[in-house]
Design a binder for this molecule. Structure first.
Ligand SMILES: Cc1cc2nc3c(=O)[nH]c(=O)nc-3n(C[C@H](O)[C@H](O)[C@H](O)COP(=O)(O)OP(=O)(O)OC[C@H]3O[C@@H](n4cnc5c(N)ncnc54)[C@H](O)[C@@H]3O)c2cc1C
Length: 425
């Protein structure tokens, strides 16, 4: 009997998981590789950063997901390159893995658009560690201001968010809830009402991908929640205690949260394959790479298109493209022709804060307010990986809804802890 084909999947995000799961009943051996041993549910990262959820609620161990799928082997490793002619991938430790089919699902990295000071001082929100680092920063700045209230004037409690897309808007609403509804009870002697949340957006609207009525509603809701919305403004420079805007205005702020853009995983650059906007790899309609029918790209890393239209970088696009590619590998093995990817648009949604969200359906009908918020909660709960995470998240949401309390209001700094608790040599 001939050896089954070997499918290597790089990345255990929405796209990679979609592909691996769909290959369950295909006669292939799958090696799924990720630099982390967990899958990250990115849409809820902002809730980790604002202390509503624990990091473990939005991270799910990959090994437990494939406990019952014997044709999947998980490898925790960082992929550093691909030898396209020889069908091998390279890992950070120097080892090589052969593949018959390669599925690239490495997602994106933050794009600072060469903004001076951003690499050193901005706080991105793309990984679980980013979210924990930002949570530490927020809580630590309140502790610092509590010790020395003169720091408030210096911008310790000013939080600037760059980008008024869904990530920026959701983070701003959650910060407002944390600052004005909960932290005043924790800090008896600190003027927490002095804290500011400022969104800076280059475009003329918040939530640009949504319909006009939803954008207007979102802006009004943010402002009602004391979020300062600066439209038509771009960040020119970031320093440790300031953010300079293109208009010349200098905002005193110790924390700048970057929610303004991504670019394809750098693996896309080193492959030497044609790339489109944001470095996304250009693809055939079946999501294979031109001239390399054995390589597929799914999710944010590729220019995934349906009916000739390049799709936005969304979780649902990544999941469906992963499923699709698994089906195409199955078709190839069966000697059948591949099919073009067709996206099933289920609409999109975003929260603005407690009790407020917007939903746009595929037929362009819209919903906003409490009903939209309930729909958002339900959809995100259902999409979370694993029953434990769903129960834990539901509990944290319920507790917070009843009490305004947030479970994860703790500063965990591994490096600091190591240094301070190390015993004598
Ligand atoms: C803060 C935030 C909020 C979002 N909110 C929403 C939302 O509400 N709705 C929505 O639809 N979409 C949302 N998105 C977008 C959505 O999360 C992405 O479109 C989706 O995660 C893309 O899936 P992916 O599989 O392509 O990549 P990812 O989910 O990013 O997965 C990539 C995986 O590859 C791994 N990896 C990367 N490089 C390497 C390497 N060299 N070696 C090994 N492993 C590697 C990473 O560790 C990661 O696990 C949000 C994104 C962010 C950042």
């Amino acid at each position: 009997m001939s050896k089954p084909s070997h499918v290597v999947i790089v990345g255990a995000g929405f796209g990679g998981l979609g592909a691996a799961e769909q290959l369950a009943h295909v006669p292939v051996e799958v090696t799924l590789i990720d630099r982390h041993n967990y899958h990250t549910f990115q849409p809820l990262l902002y809730q980790v950063a604002t202390s509503l959820l624990n990091a473990e609620d939005v991270g799910a161990p990959v090994r437990s997901m494939f406990r019952h799928q014997e044709n999947v082997t998980f490898r925790m490793a960082t992929v550093t390159g691909v030898d396209v002619p020889d069908h091998k991938i390279k890992l950070e430790d120097g080892s090589l893995i052969n593949y018959d089919y390669l599925v690239l699902a490495g997602g994106t990295i933050v794009n600072y658009f060469n903004t001076p000071g951003a690499v050193e001082h901005a706080f991105p929100l793309y990984t679980l560690m980013n979210a924990v680092t930002l949570r530490n920063r927020i809580l630590e700045r309140f502790e610092a201001a509590d010790r020395d209230p003169t720091l408030i004037k210096d911008g310790a409690l000013n939080f600037v968010i760059v980008g008024a897309g869904p990530t920026g808007v959701e983070t701003a609403g959650a910060l407002s809830d944390l600052f004005y509804n909960l932290l005043p009870y924790d800090y008896h002697h600190l003027s927490t009402e002095m804290a500011r949340v400022i969104i800076v957006e280059m475009g003329k609207e918040v939530l640009a991908p949504f319909k006009d009525n939803l954008r207007k509603y979102a802006k009004e809701e943010l402002e009602e929640r004391r979020v300062e919305v600066r439209l038509g403004e771009a960040v020119k420079e970031v320093g440790p205690t300031f953010v300079r805007l293109e208009s010349g205005e200098k905002i005193k702020a110790h924390t700048l949260i970057w929610a303004a853009g991504v670019r394809a995983n750098p693996l896309a650059d080193i492959l030497g394959l044609p790339q489109g906007r944001g470095g996304r790899i250009k693809l055939n309609p079946d999501l294979s790479v031109p001239e390399h029918p054995e390589i597929f790209v799914v999710g944010d890393m590729g220019e995934v298109a349906s009916k000739g239209k390049v799709l936005p970088q969304l979780g649902s696009v990544a999941m469906q493209s992963g499923d699709h590619v698994a089906q195409q590998i199955s078709r190839r093995l069966a000697g059948e022709p591949t099919q073009p990817f067709k996206y099933w648009d289920k609409g999109f949604m975003a929260t603005i804060g407690r009790g407020a969200a917007v939903v746009e359906f595929p037929n362009k009908k819209t919903l906003h307010g409490q009903l939209a918020y309930s729909a958002w909660l339900g959809v995100h709960l259902a999409l979370l990986s694993g029953m434990r995470n769903r129960i834990e998240t539901l509990w944290n949401w319920g507790w917070s809804a009843l009490t305004h309390d947030r479970a994860a209001r703790i500063i965990i700094d591994a490096k600091d802890d190591q240094a301070k608790t190390r015993g004598p040599a």
